[in-house]
Structures are given as structure tokens and as C-alpha cells.
Design a protein around this ligand. Structure first.
Ligand SMILES: Cc1cc2nc3c(=O)[nH]c(=O)nc-3n(C[C@H](O)[C@H](O)[C@H](O)COP(=O)(O)OP(=O)(O)OC[C@H]3O[C@@H](n4cnc5c(N)ncnc54)[C@H](O)[C@@H]3O)c2cc1C
Length: 412
């Protein structure tokens, strides 16, 4: 037997799980085909969006989608070359938008958010990363009273789940964030929305913390899992096989390919997202701003000002279309007239997304020795500490900190 646990994927979810497993006294090896912070965890918007409890799969998105889809560079797009492949996922997404499923998903998401928020600060303290946490809140802005009013139903649901926020007029918004274009007449400020100073530096710091406690990270592209009665063989593209008592699959948007080798067909797709990171002095940003009607956010990171978002349902192999980042930058410049939009670095990343907007956290279909922890969509950073806690509970056969039935990988 090699180690107690092999974790596949050194993104924020895999490394957080590795650290939580290590803290329970297990010997842990992390395998990644490229090394730490190679995927979505490096380039995201850095938000701990704890108030984002409403699933993306909801009647609201169905109302917005037709308008968004008309603009090929808008907040939501389906490249024609991928339309057929994504159709079954979209059908499942549509089915998840029924009122009863939305309310069940909201309850599940709230529980995972609450756990993740409770776990976060102790986790940061244990990994020496507390100084990277920012508590600057989030300002969601609206261009009209009508847009503001249509958001109120969602804020009522958040209020019912104990989330703190305040609705604002333009003059109060200017006190929080000067420099917004006058077209934004209303806003909502959420103080309990945190962020990390830089998601890539944070993920690399988790890798360092894991290694400094004796953890090992190796490079290898996993192609196959073979569980048996006493453990799991993990085979890589170079033919080398490693063995562990248990395996945790955290390969982000690529996880379903590995799950298939043990007979599980998980409808994981990717919502590709784009961003541009500008030099730090490009804008005096005091809080994260969400332009919800346009599907993007602007975030202050230690590495610069990041303008990012959009959802492109384009699969894992089509080349990126950076005209999407350019279209977002053009809008950002008109929404924040003082923004200096030169000198940006563009990026595209794969959000790992399941059709009901909930992650898969739980045991594989045919074996209790493989645990899945992937599919966190827009919220992988936000839910990383809570997911890590649940994975550690499952690995050590403790009752999970919350009921994981809603996250069962076999629910589709
Ligand atoms: C534009 C954008 C903005 C976002 N903003 C936010 C935000 O503000 N807040 C938030 O919470 N979330 C945000 N997200 C989502 C978040 O980034 C993801 O949910 C999260 O990073 C997923 O983490 P992960 O560890 O599951 O996957 P990843 O970070 O993608 O890591 C998966 C790892 O698996 C490895 N891997 C893949 N296949 C194999 C294989 N066969 N063998 C070995 N290794 C393999 C990869 O190399 C990679 O390192 C955003 C995403 C995007 C795209």
C-alpha cells in the first residue's frame, strides 16, 4: 500500500481537501498533471461569495437567457460548434429550474455556504494565509428601478436565510465606491462577502502549507482508477501506477473523464469564463463590484484589477475567444469612466459545472474507496474550506458536518 489517500487535482478544492485530510493524520499524495494552481483556481475573481445561495439554474436565468444569447459576445453564449454536445446538459439545467428544485437547491447551497464560512478563517489560520483575506464586501449595481425591483425576490430569499445586506441609492453607493457611471441608480451592498488578495497566490500558498507538513505533490496525468477490496490503483498517462487506500477526485472540469473509468457517468460540463487583469493603479477600487445585468465583476487583487465573468458553454477543447474579454473591458470602461483599460493580461478558465448548480461531494457509485469533490461551478473558492471539511469527514468515516444527500454524485 502506498499512502492513505491520493488526491487528484491541485486546484483550490484538491489542496484544501488534502490539507484537511492531512490534519486528520492521514498520509496524502496530491497528483496533478501540471502542478498546483494550473486550472480555474488560478484566475478566478477571488470572491468568497457566501451570499450567493441561489442556484444559477433558476426561473430568473431563464428569463434573462434569451436576451443574453442574442449578443454573441454577451454574458451567456453557446458557440454553434458545441451546441449539440451541450444540449443534454441544458435540458437538465432547464429541469432544475422548477420552483421545488430551486428551493431544495437553495437550502443545500445555504448549508454548504454556512459550513464554508465557518470553516474558512480557522483554515486560513492553520495554513498561514489569514493576511490574504479581505472583508471589503460586494456592491451589486443596477441600471434602473425596474432592474432593481426584479432583484428584490432574490434578496428576500437571502434575507430569509439570514444574509445581511443594504439597498442603496446613487449617493450612498458613491460613498462606498466613487467613480461609477451615473447610469447605475441603485445598488445592494453585501458586507459579508469576502475576497482573497489573489487566488493563484493563495492556491500556491496552500500547496506550500501542505508540503511543509509532510505532504507530497507529484506531476502526473491520471487516466484510470482501479478500485479493489483493499485500495485503489491510480494509473497515469506515463503508465506509472500509484496505490492508495482511498482516492479523492478533484480534477475540476475534467473530473468526469476520470469518473467514467470506474463506471460513473456524471453530466459535468464547463462554463468557460474570461477575464482581464489590469495594472493595480488602473482604478481606485474599494469593494468588489458586480454588474449583474452584464454578467461580470470587477475585483481588486494584490496583482491588479481583474475584470471578469461571462459564461460560454463551449466545452473543453474549443480555443478561447478573447473578443469576449475585450467586449467586457469595453463595458467596464464605460461603467467606470476613470478605469485605465490598457496593459491587461487576458485569461480563460473552465468552471466545473453540474446542471443543478450544486457540486458533487460524496462516494463514487461502485466503490466506497473513491470520493468525488468537484463541480463547484462559480463557487469553488467560496466553498473550498467547507468541501474540505466534508471530504475529511468522509475519508475518516465520521458523520459529515452536514447532510450531503443533495450533493450525491449519483443524483442525475
Ligand atoms: C472567470 C471565473 C471567475 C470565477 N470567480 C470565482 C469567484 O470569485 N469565487 C469562487 O468561489 N469561484 C469562482 N470561480 C470558480 C472557481 O474558479 C472554480 O469553481 C474552482 O477554481 C474550481 O476548483 P477546482 O480545484 O475544482 O478545479 P481547478 O482549479 O480547475 O483544478 C483542477 C486541477 O485538476 C488538474 N487535472 C485535470 N485533469 C487531470 C488529470 N487527468 N490528472 C491529474 N490532474 C488533472 C488540473 O491540472 C487542475 O490543476 C470563477 C471561475 C472563473 C472561470
Amino acid at each position: 500500500m502506498g499512502v492513505d489517500v491520493i488526491i487528484i487535482g491541485a486546484g483550490v478544492v484538491g489542496l484544501s481537501a488534502a490539507i484537511a485530510a492531512q490534519a486528520r493524520g492521514l498520509s496524502v499524495l496530491v497528483l496533478d498533471r501540471q502542478g498546483p494552481a494550473a486550472g480555474a483556481s488560478a484566475g478566478n475573481a477571488g470572491a468568497f461569495a457566501f451570499s450567493d445561495i441561489l442556484p444559477l439554474a433558476s426561473p430568473g436565468i431563464l428569463r434573462q437567457a434569451p436576451k443574453w444569447l442574442l449578443d454573441p459576445l454577451g454574458p451567456l453564449s453557446v458557440p454553434p460548434a458545441y451546441a449539440l454536445q451541450i444540449a443534454p446538459w441544458m435540458y437538465r439545467f432547464w429541469r432544475a429550474c422548477s420552483p421545488s428544485r430551486v428551493s431544495a437547491a437553495t437550502a443545500a447551497q445555504t448549508a454548504l455556504m454556512d459550513l464554508s464560512k465557518a470553516e474558512l478563517e480557522p483554515f486560513l489560520a492553520a495554513t498561514g494565509t489569514t493576511s490574504m483575506l479581505r472583508k471589503d464586501g460586494n456592491l451589486q449595481v443596477y441600471e434602473s428601478d425596474a432592474e432593481f425591483r426584479s432583484s428584490l425576490a432574490g434578496w428576500k430569499v437571502r434575507e430569509a436565510h439570514g444574509i445581511d445586506f443594504s439597498h442603496l441609492h446613487a449617493e450612498d453607493m458613491a460613498a462606498i465606491q466613487p467613480g461609477l457611471a451615473p447610469r447605475f441608480t441603485r445598488g445592494t451592498f453585501t458586507p459579508g462577502w469576502y475576497s482573497i488578495s489573489d487566488p493563484k497566490i493563495y492556491t500556491l500558498a496552500l500547496a506550500d502549507s501542505f508540503r511543509s507538513n509532510g505532504g507530497v505533490i507529484e506531476t502526473g496525468e491520471v487516466t484510470r482508477l482501479q478500485p479493489d477490496e483493499t485500495g485503489v490503483d491510480v494509473t497515469c498517462a506515463d503508465g506509472i501506477a500509484r496505490r492508495a487506500g482511498q482516492v479523492v477526485l478533484c480534477a475540476g472540469a475534467f473530473s468526469h473523464r476520470i469518473a467514467r473509468t470506474i463506471g460513473d457517468r456524471i453530466p459535468l460540463e464547463t462554463e468557460r469564463g474570461y477575464n482581464t487583469t489590469l495594472p493595480s493603479d488602473s482604478f481606485d477600487l474599494r469593494t468588489q463590484i458586480t454588474f449583474g445585468g452584464h454578467g461580470f465583476v470587477v475585483t481588486r487583487l494584490s496583482s491588479g484589477i481583474r475584470v471578469g465573468g461571462a459564461v460560454e458553454l463551449g466545452g473543453l477543447t474549443l480555443p478561447p475567444n478573447f473578443r469576449r474579454s475585450e467586449a467586457m473591458m469595453k463595458k467596464a470602461k464605460s461603467f467606470l469612466p476613470g478605469l485605465k483599460s490598457e496593459g491587461g493580461v487576458q485569461w480563460m478558465g473552465f468552471r466545473p459545472s453540474l446542471p443543478d448548480s450544486l457540486p458533487a461531494i460524496g462516494r463514487a457509485g461502485g466503490t466506497s474507496r473513491v470520493i468525488y469533490a468537484f463541480g463547484h461551478g462559480h463557487l469553488g473558492l467560496t466553498q473550498s474550506a467547507g468541501t474540505a471539511r466534508l471530504v475529511a469527514d468522509l475519508l475518516t468515516d465520521r458523520p459529515p458536518a452536514l447532510n450531503v444527500a443533495a450533493f450525491a454524485p449519483g443524483r442525475f
